[in-house]
Ligand binder design. Structure first.
Ligand code: ZN
Length: 299
């Protein structure tokens, strides 16, 4: 049995939909008791070694700073291989992914009101949650086109102006180029692409799909000096057209729930971990395929 597991950002203190670093450590140690963590080649069956125990491939999406600062030392200590899929727009100073802006507004912004285009969004205690929902709608709608998305993000306040510095690093920042390079040097870790701006690729134009995929691959190859051979579709969202672009540039591509049944090497399914419960994690691993039909999570 092989299972591919997906995490996102992991911090000291878990917010809703996350696990903390201590909970993460417990989950990995728990899984080591029932199976064996392997790297990409062994997972895909290239290794000659035949194991009777379940094999797990661990992946992290988005490329948060905390994956390098908190997660990688735990994985090194426990000898666990992993792939880090990185959206490159937040690797440069001051850049944040569009849903990090939303999360930052949710957790830390309390005014003044915001103006996007001709629309005004009130951040009074009474209106804040409604305003964030409306901004989320605008961002989700724009997240199939780089320029539209960027122009909305430009009108939002800079995170540095309202999020505490330690919070920025722990929960919102992307990995620096130096961190990516360091991770790529470890024999345990592999760097994978996750586009530049985390667009919904199935809804993007062909030119956008190409530039989002190639842009992140080229950036990561420049930073690591190594070939980037795998991709994770942002939010697990892809179409046959997207898959064809991926096939030309990568050996493997990872989705989340669904498979189109076009090319299994480019539709490797994963399940996400969003809470600390060990029993629900084991349940997902051993009975997971029936659960994958439900829901879709951004990230
Ligand atoms: Zn993602």
């Amino acid at each position: 049995m092989t299972k591919c597991i997906m995490y996102h950002g992991i911090s000291q203190k878990a917010f809703s939909g996350q696990v903390s670093i201590s909970e993460f450590r417990r989950q990995i140690q728990g899984l080591q008791k029932v199976g064996h963590f392997v790297g990409l080649d062994e997972f895909m069956g290239r290794s000659q070694e035949i194991l009777s125990v379940p094999r797990f491939l661990l992946t992290f999406d988005d490329g948060y700073f905390n994956n390098a600062s908190l997660v990688s030392p735990v994985l090194e200590e426990l000898g666990v291989p992993a792939i880090f899929f990185i959206s490159t727009a937040h690797c440069e100073s001051g850049g944040y992914l569009w849903f990090s802006h939303l999360e930052a507004l949710r957790r830390h912004y309390s005014g003044p009101d915001l103006k996007i285009g001709s629309e005004n969004f009130s951040f009074s205690a009474k209106n804040k949650s409604e305003s964030i929902k409306s901004i989320e709608y605008l961002l989700v709608k724009a997240a199939n086109h780089t320029e539209t998305l960027k122009s909305i993000l430009k009108t939002l306040p800079k995170l540095e102006s309202y999020v505490p510095v330690d919070e920025l690093e722990e929960n919102f920042r992307g990995m620096t180029a130096k961190q990516i390079h360091t991770l790529s040097e470890s024999p345990l870790f592999e760097i994978g692409a996750h586009t530049v701006n985390h667009l919904f690729l199935s809804k993007a134009e062909a030119s956008e799909i190409k530039s989002e995929i190639s842009g992140s691959k080229e950036y990561l190859e420049r930073v690591t000096g190594k070939s980037v051979r795998c991709l994770a579709y942002p939010s697990g969202d892809y179409s046959e057209q997207v898959l064809r672009f991926a096939e030309r540039q990568f050996e493997y591509s990872f989705s989340v729930y669904r498979g189109l049944g076009v090319n299994p090497q480019h539709e490797i399914q994963r399940f996400g971990v969003y809470n600390k419960s060990m029993s629900s994690l084991l349940f997902k691993i051993f009975l997971g395929s029936t659960l994958r039909k439900f829901g879709k999570v951004i990230g």
